[in-house]
Design a protein around this ligand. Structure first.
Ligand code: PEP
Length: 253
């Protein structure tokens, strides 16, 4: 049984004071939930501390949106896994916005995935094809390469701790979500298949794979009905309690 997970990627939104308000709105709506769904909030670095303080004892996890792979060093402007691990259990890695705007590649994502695991964190590793790649029929090639490279040399005993997020780039922030069946097919035939080739069938069935890309209250349920989709990585809709709460509820029903 794979426990459903819904993670909110706040991107570069919410000052610390705005974050406190959003968390209290979320908490009042989440009070009646059992712990069926793993809920994770990923604020910007400056809001991690206040959010972690408010979430203490609630069972809701906190995550970062990026990190460096080194423990410490002369890397101005970077934050290390050791620093994050004091406050966060999760970290989003290889998000398409980081790949597109900050030159991240599979090799760097792979170093970060391994660094997160070594520091006891859960990496949420994002993969997904661009619109151009999709239209050129390259989805399998692109996504399987990202999965293979991103998980290269990950210890077999740790693979189950990794969460993979399938986020077709053309669906992120566009309001144009993938079809639930289409996303499920990529996850089953490409992502789990690639995990199986590297780590075996049991790992492929145990690893959690989320869908991300314009998930909202009105379409979440359809995604969660798919057998191979274990939850969602939610961007825009995670910034509104009235959108995020129904998504979390749908994942638990
Ligand atoms: C994301 O940023 O990971 C994301 C999926 O964004 P959105 O839900 O806004 O498409």
């Amino acid at each position: 049984m794979r426990r459903p997970c819904v993670a909110g990627n706040w991107k570069m939104f919410e000052t610390a004071s705005e974050a406190r308000i959003l968390v209290s709105e979320l908490l009042s709506g989440l009070i009646e939930l059992d712990n069926k769904v793993e809920i994770v909030l990923c604020p910007p670095f400056t809001s991690i501390l206040p959010v972690a303080a408010l979430l203490e004892g609630t069972g809701i996890g906190v995550g970062a949106q990026n990190m460096h792979w080194e423990t410490s060093g002369a890397f101005t402007g970077e934050i290390s896994p050791v620093m994050l691990a004091e406050f966060c259990k999760y970290v989003i890695l290889g998000h398409s916005e980081r790949r597109a705007y900050f030159g991240e590649n599979d090799e760097g994502v792979n170093r970060k995935v391994k660094a997160a695991l070594e520091n006891g964190m859960v990496p949420i590793m994002c993969v997904g094809e661009t619109l151009e790649e999709n239209e050129a029929g390259k989805t399998r090639q692109v996504v399987s390469t990202q999965v293979r490279n991103g998980l290269n040399d990950v210890d077999a005993s740790s693979i189950m701790k990794v969460v993979i997020a399938y986020e077709p780039v053309w669906a992120i922030g566009t309001g144009r979500a993938a079809t639930a069946a289409g996303a499920n097919q990529v996850i089953a035939d490409i992502i789990r298949n690639e995990v199986s080739l590297s780590f075996g069938d049991d790992a492929a069935q145990a690893v959690r794979v989320l869908y991300g890309g314009s998930v909202k209250a009105s379409n979440a349920e359809e995604f969660f009905r798919q057998v191979d989709i274990d939850g969602a990585l939610v961007g825009g809709a995670s910034l509104k309690a009235t959108e995020f709460l129904p998504i979390v509820r749908a994942a638990g029903s």
